[in-house]
Ligand binder design. Sequence first.
Ligand SMILES: Cc1cc2nc3c(=O)[nH]c(=O)nc-3n(C[C@H](O)[C@H](O)[C@H](O)COP(=O)(O)OP(=O)(O)OC[C@H]3O[C@@H](n4cnc5c(N)ncnc54)[C@H](O)[C@@H]3O)c2cc1C
Length: 290
Amino acid sequence: MIPPQFDYVRPANLDEALAILRDREGAKVLAGGYSLLPLLKLRLASPEVLVDIGAIAGMDGIAEVEKGLHIGGRATHRSIHENAAVKARYPLLEDAAAGIGDPQIRNWGTMGGSVAHADPSADWPAVLIASRAAINVRSAGGDRWIDARDFFIDSFQTAIEPNEILTEIRVPAPGANAGGAYAKLERRAGDFSTVGVAVQLNLGADGQISAVGIGLTAVAPTPFAATDAEAILMGATPDEATFRRAGDAAAAQSSPTTDAHGPAEYKKAMVSEMVVRALRSAVSRARKQA
Ligand SMILES: Cc1cc2nc3c(=O)[nH]c(=O)nc-3n(C[C@H](O)[C@H](O)[C@H](O)COP(=O)(O)OP(=O)(O)OC[C@H]3O[C@@H](n4cnc5c(N)ncnc54)[C@H](O)[C@@H]3O)c2cc1C
């Protein structure tokens, strides 16, 4: 459990960090360290240099603007959970943040680190997919925005290049009559998800579902959008029968594996159930806004 040797740098600003990533072969970003350090100790990663982004000012802020929420790449799970705008208008984010690990992990772990690490069982990716968030990555040569739905390529693999830093995540404003919820099935409190379902939706003036995003955690090699369920829900009356049909469609689109968390068939059944629960909660929250 002793990590391999590496150099350690703690640049004072983003430009300096990006120059190191450009110039040094085998450089890797270090944020909270809760995913990276175990990999080093198990010798599953052996970077030449760790670029600690902890001293870079302005990367940990959360700001609400008219168009939505701007979350710095180094914002911690805890700072998101405790943010007043999140509590008031982004219940999907509040739900997800509350269920990540334990207080120590929420104190140090970051949204950017979780998203860049792309563990299929991590909670934020499905939330960003459901919310149709955009992710900013920056290199010494400039920056680009990536749709969360295009960001996760495979297990532990994203669209980020080795010379890029994830600097910001933008979650669109929920709009009128909006509701969101994250339903997480875990073996014990604080565990990674066995199944996680993120729902963000709006109700129209007629009470029908006018917009909906659903992201699934831990039931495929990557987090993904349950597009078949979304298609069933769009324009539909938000009743139990529709929720069940959407849940079954999401289960059919998932491809969980049998592991210590349970057999694949059990997980599929749980996808169906957790989609129904997340929809109930999201719709109830949207109705309270109306
Ligand atoms: C016991 C335990 C329980 C946990 N439970 C949960 C849980 O229930 N749900 C959940 O979602 N997660 C859980 N986690 C994971 C935890 O949330 C991690 O903190 C998170 O996944 C990684 O964030 P970090 O800031 O620690 O990143 P780090 O460990 O520092 O980095 C992770 C990876 O991302 C890269 N990286 C980090 N930041 C950036 C950036 N800004 N730009 C580019 N690359 C970057 C690093 O190079 C590294 O490859 C758990 C972890 C532990 C140890």
